[in-house]
Design a protein around this ligand. Structure first.
Ligand SMILES: [Zn+2]
Length: 143
């Protein structure tokens, strides 16, 4: 068995056990590896940085802050796209998402609030939902 640190398209981090690395490739290639939080099948292995514990010497430039910055920009882009193009439905999100899924409501992109319990129920019923990335920090909160 081999354990991988995985991350879904939305950014949830979780771990998965596989028989071998080819097992993982096979399952993820067929979309069988789902995020346990949001159910998204777009999952990839986390890029692991080499451990630097025990040494202060850096042989390569510190790229972590840049990666963090890029991820925050990507998340901000996703969020603003959703906010500009999707209907905000507030705390009726779970009901509305289910209605759209079942064809009882107009098919469109929506976003709003839902409790973890509601989200779990939606995913169990095959409704694809994903948490919106956090809003980028406001300028005045930076420093
Ligand atoms: Zn996820």
């Amino acid at each position: 068995m081999i354990k991988y640190a995985l991350v879904c398209a939305v950014g949830h981090e979780f771990e998965g056990w596989f028989g071998s690395s080819s097992d993982y490739d096979d399952q993820s290639g067929r979309g069988l590896v789902d995020c346990p939080v949001c159910g998204v099948a777009e999952v990839r292995k986390q890029i692991m940085a080499p451990a630097v514990a025990g040494t202060k010497r850096r042989s390569s430039p510190d790229i972590a802050p840049q990666m963090r910055e890029m991820m925050m920009q990507a998340q901000a882009a996703v969020r603003s796209h959703v906010e500009e193009n999707f209907d905000y439905v507030g705390d009726t999100f779970a009901r509305e998402a289910r209605a759209i899924h079942e064809g009882r409501s107009e098919e469109r992109g929506i976003y709003g609030e839902a409790s973890p319990k509601e989200v779990t129920a939606l995913i169990e019923d095959g409704v694809r939902v994903a948490p919106l990335p956090p809003a980028p920090p406001k300028k005045e909160e930076l420093n």
